[in-house]
Design a protein around this ligand. Structure first.
Ligand SMILES: *Cc1c(COP(=O)(O)O)cnc(C)c1O
Length: 364
């Protein structure tokens, strides 16, 4: 928890300097203790399901700081968020605008909306976690904006707040965000030219962390926020919002597993762990790298190191954390840490093979 605290401190300081608003993208880690701590730092919540909206409210996030995104919000989820009087719906299609308008009208309410625009900016990250290109399902394409403007003029139960973007995850090249700023400036001009006041610029999240140095654990918040300060055309009275997930929580947890078996093959040595893709699926899902350490052997003392394919117990050949990992010679019973597992780890756990759900242990 200390790493988390330290990270949240750094993010809060770096964003407060510019008066920026940060929402925690809670899909990255919705562990109750994690939510409680993040809430206590005053961050808002970025939710992508009705249950996340409910969890955010239950954990004390202020409703005026809860935003709700997602391409497939169901009527039940929209109603739940309307009842909770959240700050804003990030709307991803013209059809969704009309549906929210109708549901809000039925309740006699006005829903705040921001338009999620697909800016066609390449995030230069893995293609499985790129969201802001024309070919992606997220957001509204730029050529559809005239339809959006027409719908907004017609929908009496919607209040247009501003524009929203989220172009991908694990973005480590800040140049990408400069390109995003250029596009946001163009888009806000478009809305203002068409008679809409843009009060909120929501730039999304995606700031990456260094999976190769898990001990160097605070993301580059200073330079990240500075890019937006320098390159966004922020008008007087306008609010700039962010939705950070991974960068806030990734480095604060490791997956700890035990070696069940060591298999020495002709070509390969395998370390078979008691954890696999049911506990941490990122390596199998998007070829993600996580640093792997043997906690039971001191790598400095032990000169005898071997290459291992570190694999899980699940009946799938893709259930491999990493191939050819250099580790001290390892034995049955050794504890293995898979580092930087605090984001998109436990939350993606599954019951495949009827496995037990992964447990959580906290430090101070
Ligand atoms: C997932 C998501 C985020 C957070 O992404 P990170 O890469 O974890 O920072 C922010 N906004 C939206 C809409 C998302 O779907």
């Amino acid at each position: 928890m200390e790493v988390l605290r330290h990270t949240l401190d750094a993010c809060r300081d770096a964003s407060a300097k510019h008066g920026f608003h940060v929402h925690y993208a809670m899909k990255a880690n919705f562990n109750p203790k994690v939510l409680d701590m993040i809430q206590s730092f005053g961050f808002g919540a970025d939710c992508v399901s009705g249950n996340e909206v409910k969890a955010a409210i239950d954990h004390g996030f202020e409703k005026t700081k809860v935003v709700f995104a997602g391409v497939g919000k169901s009527d039940r989820e929209i109603n739940l968020a309307l009842d909770a009087d959240i700050f804003c719906f990030n709307v991803e299609s013209v059809q969704e605008l009309n549906i929210i308008d109708g549901l809000a009208a039925a309740k006699g309410k006005k829903a705040n909306v921001a338009i999620r625009i697909n800016p066609n900016v390449d995030a230069h990250t893995h293609h499985f976690i790129t969201t802001g290109l024309d070919e992606n399902k997220f957001g509204i394409n730029i050529w559809q904006l005239p339809d959006v403007a027409a719908a907004l003029r017609q929908c009496r139960n919607l209040q247009f707040l501003g524009i929203h973007f989220h172009i991908g995850s694990q973005i480590t090249d800040l140049e990408v965000y400069k390109s995003l700023c250029t596009r946001i400036n163009e888009m806000q001009d478009w809305f203002e030219d068409h008679g809409f006041q843009v009060k909120v610029l929501n730039t999304g999240g995606g700031l990456g962390v260094d999976y190769h140095s898990p001990d160097n654990n605070v993301a580059d918040f200073e330079n990240y926020f500075q890019v937006f300060k320098s390159f966004l055309n922020i008008k007087p009275g306008q609010e700039v919002h962010f939705e950070l997930g991974r960068a806030l929580v990734a480095q604060s947890a490791s997956l700890i597993s035990r070696v069940l078996y060591v298999k020495n093959g002709l070509k390969k040595n395998f370390l078979i762990l008691d954890a696999g893709m049911t506990e941490l699926i990122r390596p199998m899902l998007y070829q993600a790298y996580h640093q792997i350490e043997n906690l039971s052997r001191d790598s400095k003392m032990n000169t005898h190191s071997l290459k291992y394919d570190v694999v899980g117990p699940i009946c799938e050949s893709t259930d491999c954390f990493q191939k050819d990992v250099d580790l001290p010679e390892s034995f049955r019973g050794d504890l293995i840490a898979v580092r930087t597992a605090g984001a998109y780890g436990e939350v993606m756990a599954s019951g495949y093979n009827l496995r037990d759900m992964v447990g959580s242990v906290y430090s101070e």
